[in-house]
Design a protein. Structure first.
Length: 365
């Protein structure tokens, strides 16, 4: 495709993204699937162009109040709209590309929010010896380097088609941000534990827990989505993980002895992933966050019942909002005096160079 054709495609994709609730990644996937002539190189160029506009959208609107999408695309291509570009006279919310209401809900916003504008690396989690798997990847022409904090992580030096990667097909690597790995490690889950992953989704946390447990113990992965649990089962089979059992419904009578560790990786605003999902920052409302917080509280007030006396409850989000993180934990502790605070960890692009993730570990007295 010629550059002008890619610009036209970017405008068409942006029009769809800005007029739907569908995630940008799904819009791009559907657009390129319907146009098989768009090769991998052109698809990357298209995605970069679209993501560049989305990451700078509020600043573009401020600088070009009457500008069209074509004007915005051209402006981004000049290279002016870097993560540290601040239009003269613009508010913090415009400069940080967030809704106005959000500023006061983030700790240290002047440093945390600009970091959320940066382009993230793609991180793999290895399922086995990291050095050996890195060599296997190199044999496939895939260059990596070890993550600085997680013992399981590898940083991809360039984007690849993971579905064509033999190490991925053989279950030796999964895509998982280093921050997600770090909050999982913070739980302290170990070999021999019984673990309930209460909001398991497609199993990213369950799979790293199995790795932390060295395949010894029991993990019950619970989620209301059959589709998500089916995907978890496929991933577990690919990784040769055999200690995970999936359930779409669960009751305390099913497990009268409780669990050593219950993990609630709660539905959340997803603000910690905005480096990867820049369209989400244009759509999140304060009312949605309030609804999410109520749902989180309801989930915690159910999930805690599965924790045995002396066991642990770990609460996680992929959010940088205080009211979803420590605020939610403090509210839970005020309702349940049979739990005590043990520790917490906040990852973020500014603090740890990762996605924004939070975990608090609580102990049942």
């Amino acid at each position: 495709m010629q550059l002008q054709q890619i610009k036209i495609a970017a405008r068409e994709v942006l029009e769809q993204i800005l007029n739907t609730t569908q995630p940008a990644s799904e819009v791009v996937n559907a657009y390129t699937r319907a146009r098989r002539y768009i090769g991998s190189k052109d698809r990357r160029a298209l995605t970069d162009m679209v993501w560049g506009v989305l990451r700078a959208y509020r600043r573009l609107v401020y600088d070009l109040p009457n500008g069209t999408l074509d004007d915005k695309i051209e402006a981004v291509l000049t290279g002016k709209y870097t993560s540290d570009y601040r239009p003269a006279g613009a508010s913090d919310a415009i400069c940080f590309e967030v809704p106005e209401w959000m500023i006061n809900h983030v700790e240290n916003p002047a440093q945390e929010l600009p970091a959320l504008l940066q382009t993230p690396d793609t991180i793999l989690r290895v399922n086995g010896n990291r050095e050996k798997i890195a060599k296997l990847l190199l044999n496939e022409g895939i260059e990596t380097e070890p993550t600085k904090m997680s013992p399981y992580g590898l940083v991809l030096k360039k984007r690849i088609n993971l579905n064509a990667c033999q190490a991925y097909k053989n279950g030796l690597v999964e895509v998982q941000d280093e921050g997600s790995q770090l909050v999982a490690l913070e739980t302290g889950i170990k070999a021999g534990d019984t673990v309930l992953d209460y909001c398991a989704g497609a199993g990213g946390k369950s799979l790293i827990f199995a790795q932390m447990m060295n395949g010894q113990g029991k993990i019950v992965a619970h989620d209301v989505s059959v589709r998500s649990l089916n995907e978890l089962e496929k991933r577990a089979k690919r990784a040769s993980v055999k200690i995970i059992r999936t359930q779409t419904s669960i009751a305390t009578t099913d497990y009268p002895d409780g669990f050593d560790h219950v993990v609630v990786d709660a539905p959340c605003s997803g603000t910690g992933t905005w480096r990867r999902c820049p369209d989400a920052r244009l759509k999140l409302t304060e009312m949605q966050v309030q609804d999410i917080c109520r749902k989180q509280a309801d989930i915690l007030d159910t999930a805690y019942r599965f924790v045995r006396v002396g066991g642990y409850l770990s609460y996680m989000t992929c959010s940088v909002l205080k009211l979803e993180n420590r605020g939610q934990v403090d509210a839970f502790l005020s309702r349940h005096n049979d739990f005590e605070f043990v520790r917490e960890k906040q990852c973020s692009p500014f603090r740890t160079g990762t996605d924004g993730l939070y975990v608090a570990v609580l102990k049942r007295k």
